[in-house]
Design a protein around this ligand. Structure first.
Ligand code: PEP
Ligand code: MG
Length: 579
């Protein structure tokens, strides 16, 4: 049994069969060869070995010409490894005697070798990489055209991958993918956000572990604690089964809150809105009693499609959300593409610092036809219900004004053509950069509402990449700098009489509910899965007590101190209410 700690990003516990995807996306299930097909499969294995040999020889020869014999020797070593009689015998015997599928035999055997090398405390450990290279080459040659992808899953699995992009995650079949864990990834990554939206338990940033597991093996994924357990023993499986059951009971209890208002014990009504990435998520928001959609991340329309969405594609998505919400507010955020939310095919060129680069509103203002298409669709949808538009990542007043100008221009266009829309559609901006917070007193005069995007605000305030596991400990919503910016934003909005919301992941974590209410927040926008718990906390506290909690937290200087305090406050509250 091997227990590994990663970063918990989407709650839930699941036990299932592993589907391993390495960094090249190979999928190697534990599959067996029929006895009658053993010879054919052995021939396939031999052909793959021959093709890999050819590849290595070609590389060797090319390098010899470029750099000389000394460098070409590296490839000689690869060849020697590949043709090592013991290795060859092991592979053959795995197929012939154990009836393993050749792909599975290659993956299992070479990974065992690589692992043994990795465990050596000397320069030979480096050779593990060479073995992985050989494994990949053999798998490429074995799988050829039959290489399977995530899209071809046909039975329930727990996906274990080196990394998953937001678009790969968005395309996961949630009926079959019971959970996933990745070696890379940070706490605020969009992959994490999508997992939460899809309600798939997930753990990211585990570090290297794929060499320790093979497809088909049982695995436990604990998205609450950020843990994965490989080769679990019976006792651990039984314990987790109990946990799964207990979680179902809690969910059923929270379900009863659905039609009750999120009102504090001293009568303050809190609005709990839902965050969505896909129109299909509206169902979950409705069934959990959301007061509206506070953040619709429309860029996911791009991430699930291979072509540029048309105005009709946009309109179809927005109108289905607006119609389903039946008159409740729907805040549609304009495209926030760029940084990690980019299809590789559409990335114009490598950006050194994508988070600081051409993303979000900057990209929209550069690609006006794309922006106008989206705005037309949003405006058309505004004729159907309470639609509000929101611009992401505003960092200067010029951007805000430019975006509003494009919007006004598109409105004029629609009016000229007699196309219906709401000319008074509220316009808001996201507050996601320290610059926006510092200038909010000016911006606030030109918007109808604001929404604080703490996911990015944390990233830009603390200079930590939200998707990088190496600095995940610094990416902390409890950091006093973040709390002060948050307080300032909410104060400025309140003084100006402009509605404010917080739609970053922090507002979906009950650890922060008392703090946020104490800072004066009256509207939260959270992933649908978080609605019941957040509502329960809102209904258990008084706004007056929350103010004390916020004052105390804001008087602290260290993130750890704040975290310990907020955790303790939550624990006390839950103990008092018997939750
Ligand atoms: C945020 O930054 O807090 C936010 C809600 O936007 P996203 O996570 O999509 O960047
Ligand atoms: Mg953001």
């Amino acid at each position: 049994m091997l227990k590994l700690q990663g970063i918990a990003v989407s709650p839930g516990v699941t036990i299932g069969e592993a589907l391993v995807l390495d960094s090249e996306g190979f999928r190697i299930p534990r599959r067996f060869v029929e006895r009658s097909a053993v010879d054919t499969e052995l021939a396939r294995l031999a052909a793959a070995v021959a093709e890999t040999t050819g590849e290595v020889e070609r590389n060797r020869d090319a390098i010899r010409v470029e750099l000389g014999d000394q460098y070409a020797a590296i490839f000689e070593a690869h060849l020697a490894m590949l043709h090592d009689p013991k290795l060859q015998e092991e592979l053959t015997s795995a197929v012939r005697d154990r009836n393993w599928w050749p792909e599975y035999a290659v993956s299992r055997t070479l990974r065992r070798y690589a692992k043994a090398f990795q465990n050596l405390d000397n320069h030979i450990a480096q050779r593990a990489h060479d073995i992985y290279d050989l494994e990949k080459s053999l798998l490429r040659n074995l799988l050829g055209q039959r290489r399977e992808t995530l899209a071809a899953i046909s039975q329930p699995v727990v996906v274990l991958a080196h990394n998953l992009t937001p678009s790969e995650t968005a395309n996961l079949d949630r009926r079959l993918v019971k959970g996933f864990a990745t070696e890379l990834g940070g706490p605020g990554s969009h992959t994490a956000i999508v997992a939460e939206g899809l309600e798939i338990p997930a753990v990211v940033g585990v570090g290297p572990f794929l060499a320790d597991v093979s497809g088909g093996e049982p695995v436990i994924l604990d998205g609450n604690q950020g843990v994965i357990i490989l080769q679990p023993d019976e006792e651990t499986i039984a314990q987790y089964r109990l946990e799964e059951e207990a979680a179902k009971h809690v969910a059923a209890r929270l379900d009863r809150l659905r039609d009750l208002p999120a009102e504090t014990t001293d009568g303050v009504r809190i609005q709990i809105m839902g965050n969505i990435e896909f129109p299909s998520e509206v169902e979950q928001c409705i069934s959990r009693g959301c007061d509206g959609i506070g953040l619709y991340r429309t860029e996911f329309l791009y991430l699930t499609s291979r072509r540029e969405p048309t105005e009709e594609d946009h309109y179809k998505a927005y109108s289905s959300v607006v119609n389903a919400m039946g008159g409740k507010p729907v805040v549609i955020r304009t495209l926030d593409l760029g940084a990690d939310k980019m299809l590789t095919e559409t990335t114009p060129e490598e950006e050194r610092n994508p988070c600081l680069g051409l993303r979000s509103i900057r990209l929209s203002l550069r690609q006006l036809p794309v922006f106008r298409t989206q705005l037309r669709a949003i405006l058309r949808a505004s004729a159907l219900g309470d639609v509000r538009v929101m611009f992401p990542l505003i960092s200067t007043i010029v951007e805000l004004r430019q975006a509003r100008m494009v919007l006004a221009d598109v409105m004029e266009d629609l009016a000229e053509h007699g196309i219906a829309f709401n000319p008074k559609m509220p316009v808001g901006m996201m507050v996601e950069t320290p610059a926006a917070v510092m200038m909010l007193d000016a911006f606030i005069k030109e918007v109808d509402f604001v929404s604080v995007g703490t996911n990015d605000l944390i990233q830009y305030t603390l200079a930590v990449d939200r998707g990088n596991k190496e600095v995940a400990d610094l990416y902390n919503a409890c950091d006093p700098a973040v709390l002060r910016l948050l307080r300032r934003s909410l104060d400025v909005a309140r003084e100006a009489g402009v509605p404010a919301n917080v739609c970053g992941q922090m507002s979906g974590s009950v650890m922060f509910t008392q703090l946020l209410l104490g800072l004066g927040l009256r509207q939260l926008s959270v992933p649908a899965s978080a609605v019941p718990e957040v509502k329960q906390v809102c209904r258990s506290v008084s706004a007056a007590d929350c103010r004390l909690v916020a004052d105390k937290a804001l008087s602290m200087y260290g993130a750890q101190e704040v975290k310990a305090y907020l955790r303790d406050q939550l624990r006390r509250l839950l103990a008092q209410t018997g939750a």
